[in-house]
Ligand binder design. Structure first.
Ligand code: HEC
Length: 144
């Protein structure tokens, strides 16, 4: 199975399984799958915030990568699949998220706290901006 070959940590696997597993998909609408994937990635966001606090560069890089893949790729692709003809704005917001997480990952190589925190802030902001426009209002959640 392709998921096993990625050799990544369990959380990433969880997202990939939620997204890839045909058996799960058969019982779950794509909308449900997207929600689940978003929920999982929001856990990673908390882990990333904690890693930033303790300046743990290995962990920062790891969780930022999870998010980049999980939200920047999997969730966004699922959403686009569920909403054909989604606006260009959504794509721009997705890009913004992807770029911020990417820059955060790059800042880990330089161990630059200032850049890391600034990019983390931008990344979180892009979560919020996208939710304001595209997340249904009845979707209450404890996270942004
Ligand atoms: C480019 C757009 C976009 C970005 C960026 C984005 N999201 Fe989302 N997110 C959505 C959409 C759309 C939904 C609504 C999915 C649905 O209910 O159909 C959603 C839903 C959620 C949910 C609710 C899931 C539920 O239970 O209903 C959480 C939690 C979440 N996102 C977390 C995050 C976090 C954390 C980030 C940033 C680290 C983020 N999202 C970035 C578009 C985005």
């Amino acid at each position: 199975m392709s998921v096993a070959l990625t050799g990544l940590i369990s959380c990433k696997k969880a997202v990939e399984v939620a997204v890839d597993d045909e058996e799960i998909q058969a019982y779950m609408s794509e909308e449900e799958t997207l929600k689940l994937a978003m929920k999982r990635t929001s856990r990673d966001t908390r882990r990333l915030a904690n890693a930033l606090k303790s300046r743990d560069w290995i962990e920062i890089e790891m969780w930022a990568n999870e998010l980049k893949q999980g939200i920047g790729v999997s969730c966004v692709n699922l959403y686009i699949k569920n909403h054909p003809g989604v606006s260009g704005e959504f794509l721009i917001l997705s890009d913004r998220f992807y770029n911020a997480s990417n820059r955060l990952i790059l800042s880990c190589k330089k161990r630059d706290v200032e850049i890391a925190e600034a990019q983390f802030g931008k990344m979180i902001k892009s979560c919020e901006t996208c939710h304001e426009g595209y997340k249904k209002k009845d979707n209450n959640s404890d996270d942004k």
